[in-house]
Design a protein around this ligand. Structure first.
Ligand code: SF4
Length: 311
């Protein structure tokens, strides 16, 4: 007996099912399907997510068995699906089209299928192959930019330059995918916060993503960045500086995109559609900054929680 987690609650089944260990918060209501295990890169200095997991593309037959199990167990229509783990687009076009065909056959009510993808992988894939996968029903890609600053990208071993990030995202957009790009507030530390904010805005302006999703850096034990932080060679921006960084980022963005702080790590619930909601978003940052300066209880509280919305 196992817990069958698919967002809307828990069901149980007698059969086995392989779950992706992580999903974006916006996929909380989605059926979770695991097509690969782990991360083929697995070297980012801030990321503990798939440490200790040897990367592999699962056998299509095993993934199809999971789809059959989900169909057997779920008693309601499935509208959204998230496919894990971190970079499943390393799997070939045929495998993707095959799995997507099985998914849509099992759940004809699907309206959205998303996955994580590395810009490096997208850049290396053929446009024709990506278009085929898009036509087969993968609709949105969640891509980790983290920063647009070349020095910081190199330092945190992201495995991509700003140019790679832009080219990979452009390739995804040209293939017809919705592009959701993640930014890591604080990754420039105290010394490079402004460069990080300005150059991240510049790369996002070049990408023109559909969604910009913000997380705030919390050093995770077991990572290189955690060791740098403990050794004092990386200085984490205080909440006021992290908010200032977001202000500079938002002021510098020239995109038509949703901006979402849909993660518990963030200090402020800054959400909106750019450019229209820019002044409201900046006001949220200013209000929280003012309170942080004068209210220690609020400072402690804000460090622990943030309201978030999912799209
Ligand atoms: S941030 Fe993404 S690409 Fe980097 S190690 Fe983690 S899962 Fe892999």
């Amino acid at each position: 007996m196992f817990n069958f987690r698919f967002g809307r609650g828990l069901a149980t089944a007698e059969k086995s099912y392989d779950f992706p260990p992580f999903r974006p918060p916006s996929e909380a209501e989605s059926l979770l399907l695991r097509m690969t295990r782990g991360c083929p890169w697995n070297r980012c200095a801030f990321c503990p997510m798939y440490r200790g997991i040897r990367f592999e593309v699962r056998e299509s037959e095993a993934v199809r068995r999971d789809i059959d199990t989900a169909k057997e167990v779920l008693n309601e229509p499935v509208e959204t699906v998230f496919v894990g783990d971190s970079d499943s687009l390393v799997a070939n076009t045929h495998t993707w089209c095959d799995i997507l065909a099985s998914l849509y056959e099992a759940f004809p009510s699907i309206t959205r299928v998303t996955t994580y993808a590395r810009a490096y992988t997208l850049k290396r894939r053929s446009l024709e192959g990506l278009k085929k996968i898009r036509r087969a029903g993968l609709t949105r890609l969640h891509i980790g930019l983290e920063t647009g600053n070349a020095l910081v990208l190199k330092k945190v071993r992201k495995g991509a330059t700003p140019a790679t990030m832009i080219q990979g995202c452009h390739q995804a957009k040209e293939a017809g995918f919705e592009v959701s790009v993640y930014v890591l507030v604080g990754i420039g530390g105290r010394s490079l916060w402004r460069e990080h904010a300005l150059e991240t805005a510049s790369v996002l302006n070049a990408i023109e993503p559909d969604f910009i999703r913000v997380r705030t850096l919390i050093p995770q034990p077991g990572t290189a960045l955690y060791r740098w932080w403990k050794a004092g060679t990386f200085e984490l921006p205080a909440p006021e500086l992290a908010l200032k960084e977001q202000r500079v980022l938002i002021e510098s963005l020239k995109v038509n995109a949703y901006y979402l702080s849909d993660h518990v790590s963030n200090y402020a619930p800054v959400h909106g559609r750019l450019p229209g909601n820019r002044s409201d978003m900046l006001k949220v940052i200013q209000d929280i900054t003012d309170r942080l300066r004068g209210d220690e209880n609020f400072r402690q509280c804000i460090k622990k929680r943030s309201k978030h919305i999912y799209l």
